[in-house]
Design a protein around this ligand. Structure first.
Ligand code: GLN
Length: 278
């Protein structure tokens, strides 16, 4: 079969499975299998797909049709202009989270120590280290298998000298003081989880999503404990859900944080809340 034919059959399968971006995903998977680019489909649609490539492609289409996220099939996701490795043990890095990183990076200076609480793939911490000079990071996560991914990403991004990862139930095994604590904790309300896309609900790690009955479980715990781990003038940065700004800002204020700030994402949704500990 030709490249164009294989692609069209992939599109059809994904459309049948009601995959939202069937054309895009069918193309990206074909490019992944054949080591090609978008250009090849446009200019070399008659290129022959080998039997092995065809078999591999069909296998991936079957998996994508089961709503397994594309990134778990290709094993990578771009974030902050860097390529991160992902698998089913970590949340796929979201574009929303780039707003968190972009906001935090403005406050980094040489020599700062950063703690990323619930680091997952490490995408937040490793981007911060990549886009700053001479900072040092600790990534904490309860999931050993997530930390394995984060460690590989540290190598891949080339910042492993500057980072340590620790398996920790929130702060249980974290030591030392930090100038910045940053976190994208699980924040989806338990009763909202059944309404999430099948890709997220059935395939992404639930322990990275479920924020408890009111979605605020992890914010409460982190805000309560963070002061003991912050140097004077240290900042706490959170990604939040679109409807959580008031609640999280009140939690920060009640705990004694100052200079509380809110930043919106490109869609105009509340997305980042921060506060300073003096
Ligand atoms: N923003 C993610 C989502 O909508 C949730 C991330 C989180 O819970 N920290 O799937």
């Amino acid at each position: 079969m030709t490249y164009a034919e294989v692609y069209e059959s992939g599109v059809k399968e994904l459309e049948r499975a009601e995959i939202e971006e069937a054309r895009l995903d069918a193309r990206l998977l074909l490019e992944y299998v054949c080591h090609t680019t978008r250009q090849d489909l446009l200019a070399h649609g008659e290129r022959v797909v080998t039997e092995e490539e065809g078999r591999q492609y069909d296998g991936l289409i079957v998996k994508r049709a089961l709503h397994i996220p594309l990134q778990y099939l290709t094993g990578v996701q771009e974030f902050m202009g860097l390529e991160f490795q992902v698998n089913e043990n970590v949340l796929v890095p979201r574009q929303d989270t780039e707003v968190l990183v972009e906001e935090a990076v403005r406050f980094l200076h040489d020599g700062m120590r950063i703690l990323d609480m619930c680091t997952g793939s490490g995408c937040i911490l490793l981007s911060l280290l990549h886009y700053s000079n001479d900072c040092e990071g600790v990534g904490a996560d309860i999931s050993e298998s997530a930390l394995a991914v984060a460690k590989q990403n540290a190598e891949r991004i080339g910042v492993s000298e500057a980072v340590r990862f620790v398996r920790s139930d929130l702060f249980s095994d974290v030591e030392g003081k930090f100038d910045m604590i940053i976190s994208n904790p699980p924040y989806i309300r338990t009763d909202v989880i059944p309404t999430l896309m099948e890709e997220v609900r059935e395939h992404e790690p639930m322990e990275a999503l479920d924020g408890g009955d009111d979605g605020l479980f992890f914010y409460r715990r982190i805000i309560e404990e963070a002061p003991a781990y912050l140097n004077g003038g240290g900042q706490l940065f959170f990604e939040i859900g679109y409807d959580q700004a008031d609640a999280v800002m009140i939690l920060l204020a009640s705990a004694g944080f100052k200079d509380i700030a809110l930043v919106q994402d490109f869609a105009g949704n509340d997305r980042v809340v921060s506060g300073t500990w003096y």
